[in-house]
Design a protein around this ligand. Structure first.
Ligand SMILES: Cc1cc2nc3c(=O)[nH]c(=O)nc-3n(C[C@H](O)[C@H](O)[C@H](O)COP(=O)(O)OP(=O)(O)OC[C@H]3O[C@@H](n4cnc5c(N)ncnc54)[C@H](O)[C@@H]3O)c2cc1C
Length: 386
């Protein structure tokens, strides 16, 4: 898990960016729910949009372990910034791994610089958990696909120039996942982006409904050039996505833990710092222990992905545990802060609003449990020592 010199330098640079640039200004954008243009521009310059793009296409060759640590650092400053590279990174990985040469040449160099930003369009108004029941259809018509349907909760929708769209290309295929494709869709006639959906946290970054009204895209828009193979590919992409979401949870949890630990040393009651009261000390001990366990799970899943081993089980465990930990640690940090934890003047209330997204995103934790249970049985892994 030891980073290379280059990876260590990027992690340190991210830490510095967060501490010196992001933290002093985050509330300015967060409170007004304003798109953080200056931060995004700096992130482009620093290469964050190319972390999952191979160097040969202009990206930076970092492993998934380093990618997770960089994501954690960004989320420690503001989860929204880590979210801004989330779906983009999954689509970068899908194009790198499964794209045709033309697709790689067309998209990856501009994605590496952030000039072109991508997002994942999976969830539909009728539901995001039962993805095989997708109701966005693409019908082949000559040299085109004609797309109809709609997606919702699509992060970064208004700032994306590329949608990795999960859709049905063969309605009669059995079982259902066989007729699903990923189309690489650029905005154009027939695609409409709705207003941003008001939300509890993850502010600054818009999430919108995206509608496709007989939108025509070229036949070559199918990821990898082969229709009906999108399900397995997207599931592979979601292994990275779930590690990224776990790392975002680590960042929020770490920020909450740091705030609690420093407050508990300066706040006094009954003549001593509050951490010396056993109840508060125990809270801090449990928060730190869970954070460490969550980090080890996340880095372990990342290491497996780097080794080219299937890691849906491990990524699911990491995402499940890290996100539940972030929610718990955010509540506990608020508790350590007493009444001030409820104030809009301190960042702990933001951690409390941001943490639950990771419980939902990239498949809810109920779905993670389904995946984990199914994999435990399928791999006959009950006696494995993790
Ligand atoms: C801020 C935000 C940003 C998002 N960004 C994106 C994005 O960029 N791209 C994208 O595609 N999606 C995005 N999503 C959507 C997110 O992935 C979905 O909300 C999530 O997958 C759940 O889908 P749903 O909301 O339709 O809930 P449903 O699928 O309707 O589920 C409702 C409840 O039922 C439970 N449930 C459903 N089926 C089962 C089952 N089989 N077993 C046990 N429990 C079950 C769920 O866990 C949940 O608790 C985003 C969501 C939010 C809130």
């Amino acid at each position: 898990m030891t980073p290379t010199d280059e990876e260590a330098a990027i992690i340190a640079l991210t830490r510095d960016f967060v501490d010196t640039r992001v933290k002093p200004r985050v509330r300015e954008f967060e409170e007004s729910d304003t798109y953080p243009e200056p931060f995004i521009e700096e992130m482009k310059q620093l290469g964050f949009f190319g972390l999952v793009v191979p160097a040969v296409y202009g990206g930076i060759d970092v492993g998934t372990v380093a990618f997770a640590r960089i994501t954690e650092e960004l989320a420690r400053g503001w989860m929204s910034l880590a979210g801004a590279i989330g779906g983009h990174s999954v689509i970068s990985a899908l194009i790198t791994q499964f794209g045709t040469d033309d697709q790689r040449q067309r998209y990856l160099p501009r994605m590496a610089t952030g000039e072109l930003r991508a997002t994942m369009a999976l969830t539909e108004p009728s539901g995001g958990s039962d993805l095989q029941n997708v109701r966005t259809f693409a019908v082949r018509d000559g040299d085109s696909w004609v797309i109809s349907g709609s997606k919702t909760w699509i992060s970064n929708a208004a700032h994306s120039g590329l949608f990795g769209l999960l859709c049905k290309t063969d309605r009669s295929a059995v079982p259902a996942h066989r007729g699903i494709s990923v189309l690489l869709v650029e905005p154009g006639p027939g695609l409409e982006i709705g207003p941003k959906i008001p939300k509890l946290g993850y502010r600054g970054i818009e999430a919108c409904t995206v509608s496709f009204d007989d939108m025509r895209v070229p036949a070559e828009a199918v990821l990898g050039g082969e229709p009906d193979r999108g399900w397995v590919r997207m599931m592979r992409g979601l292994e990275l996505g779930r590690i990224q979401v776990a790392a975002r949870a680590l960042g929020v949890g770490q920020a909450a833990l740091e705030a609690a630990v420093s407050y508990a040393q300066v706040r006094e009651s009954f003549g001593k710092p509050i951490w010396q009261h056993q109840s508060v000390g125990n809270l801090i001990a449990d928060m730190a222990t869970k954070m460490r366990a969550a980090r080890l799970l996340t880095l372990d899943a990342a290491e497996r992905l780097d080794a080219g081993v299937r890691c849906d089980l491990e990524a699911g465990m990491a995402k499940l545990f890290a996100s539940e930990t972030a929610v718990q640690v955010a509540v506990d940090a608020m508790r350590v802060h007493g009444g001030y934890g409820y104030s809009r003047e301190l960042d702990v209330e933001r951690y409390f609003r941001d943490a639950p997204l990771m419980v939902l995103g990239e498949g809810t934790n109920e779905i993670q449990r389904n995946v984990i249970a199914a994999q435990i049985i399928a791999r006959d892994a009950v006696n494995e020592r993790y």
